[in-house]
Design a protein around this ligand. Structure first.
Ligand code: ADP
Length: 438
């Protein structure tokens, strides 16, 4: 109702009230007439209210009652509000239906869990992958999926966990938990059987190819060594050729060995032998080997031990990773250079660092150094006999030990490669020594 209509409405009321007042002043029956008019007015009000109530009480589709004036406008306004609300809720229902249908069509399993871990809703794929069925609504997910790896994952969530499908042992699932709203969670299940098979095929191929190459290489190396023993009887051209052949077979041999190490690290059947490693002893032995390796360059190799703690690790893997870092330092540091190998505690971490003042690395290479076969400059690697797999092995070993590789380097100034371990992997060596003496 606009202000003009409102004024008109009040004008009419005022006119009626004044007429009734005048009538009751001039005549005896005027006050009775006023009362009758008032009663009629109230009755009309009640009747319109009843019509409004009756209409609202009917279904949403019913048309509003016919009325004139203010009541007509009230009915029309309510009708349009009702229609708008209806349209909005239909749109919402459609959107919800679309979201639900798309979730149903997903090839991955989606399970909605409430704050207590009870199942609220799941899509069709979850029925195939996780074996959920009607009647499981409201059940605890930990009650339906009993795999110990999954239960540990629920207690201590990591990015994801891989388990066998509950109703098909041949199928491998990758499960991820995603938090939404406040405490609710989405459990996502993906079938990674095919992916795993392909990965396995790739690993098997590399492992088999490397094994197959080993035998001919050993024969090659043996004959080359024998021929080099008699090289003084050959012309200088053949002598040079034999030397180069020997260098290249050495490279090939290193490559095959590194590939075999990587496949072993990749494989699930890797021996998980963890022991308390005496880091001081390990670093000293590696430093001694390094000195022998490159006697000609006369490096100053220093071992700095700042903590007597031992490290819980697979000793062979740790030795291979740190040796790679130290041999790299030897290879990429010019004569008379300095190499420092240290073991220290830094905040929440324990760090084995290999520092050199060698040729260094330009910043844009650093993030890519741990990629397989990545080399800063292929001529560098050819000169050192490098395979381009050393740092990939280091990164892999450290990952398996929940540790990280940190690289700081400046061109022509030197590099520091740090293996950063969580402090939880350290333990005092005395405990071990005490146990041995017991
Ligand atoms: P490679 O067998 O070629 O040494 P790595 O994976 O061990 O392969 O190293 C990758 C590259 O990183 C090397 O080619 C080299 O250019 C660079 N690099 C590694 N360590 C050092 C270092 N201490 N100083 C300078 N460059 C290094």
């Amino acid at each position: 109702m606009n202000p003009r209509d409102l004024r008109k409405h009040f004008g009419h009321l005022l006119l009626i009230a004044l007429s009734l007042l005048l009538l009751s002043w001039l005549t005896d029956w005027g006050s009775y007439l006023a009362l009758v008019v008032l009663l009629l007015y109230v009755a009309r009000l009640k009747w319109q209210q009843w019509r409004l109530y009756h209409w609202l009480n009917q279904g949403k589709q019913s048309e509003p009652p016919e009325a004139k004036g203010l009541w007509g406008q009230i009915f029309d306004l309510l009708y349009s509000i009702r229609k708008r609300g209806q349209r909005d809720s239909e749109r919402l229902v459609q959107a919800l239906k679309r979201v639900k249908n798309s979730a149903q069509a997903m090839p991955d399993g989606i399970v909605m869990l409430n704050s207590k871990g009870n199942i609220d809703w799941w899509n069709q794929a979850s029925e195939q992958l996780l074996g959920l069925k009607q009647g499981d609504k409201g059940q605890l997910i930990s009650f339906l999926l009993r795999d110990p790896k999954f239960l540990a994952f629920l207690q201590n969530p990591s990015p994801n966990v891989q388990i066998q499908a509950p109703n098909d042992a041949q199928r491998l699932l990758q499960l991820t938990l995603v938090q939404y709203n406040q405490n609710e969670q989405l459990l996502l299940a993906r079938d990674i059987t095919r992916l795993k098979q392909l990965e396995q095929m790739r690993q098997d191929f590399v492992a088999n190819a490397s094994h197959e190459l080993r035998t001919p290489l050993t024969v090659f190396r043996g004959y080359l060594e024998t021929m080099l023993d008699y090289s003084d009887q050959l012309s200088p051209v053949f002598q040079r050729a034999l030397k180069q052949m020997q260098q290249q077979t050495e490279r090939m041999n290193n490559l095959v060995n590194d590939l075999l190490v990587l496949t072993r690290l990749d494989s699930d059947i890797r021996a998980e032998e963890q022991s308390l490693v005496d880091v001081e002893k390990l670093l000293t032995e590696i430093a001694e080997d390094a000195m022998e390796l490159n006697d000609a360059k006369q490096h100053q190799i220093e071992v700095k031990i700042e903590t007597k703690l031992g490290l819980l690790a697979n000793e062979n893997e740790l030795r291979s990773a740190i040796s790679n870092l130290v041999y790299n330092a030897v290879h990429y540091t010019p004569e008379q250079g300095m190499i420092r190998i240290s073991w220290s505690l830094q905040g929440d971490h324990a760090v084995i660092a290999v520092q050199d003042n060698g040729i260094g690395i330009e910043p844009h290479h650093i993030t890519r150094l741990t990629e397989r076969f990545y080399r800063v400059d292929s001529s560098r690697a050819t000169a050192t006999g490098g395979t381009g797999l050393g740092l990939a092995i280091v990164k892999h070993v450290l990952q398996l030990h929940h540790a990280q590789l940190q690289i700081d380097s400046e061109l022509d100034q030197g590099s520091t490669f740090s293996a950063v371990f969580p402090l939880t992997l350290t333990q005092p060596m005395v405990e071990l020594n005490a146990k041995i003496s017991d």
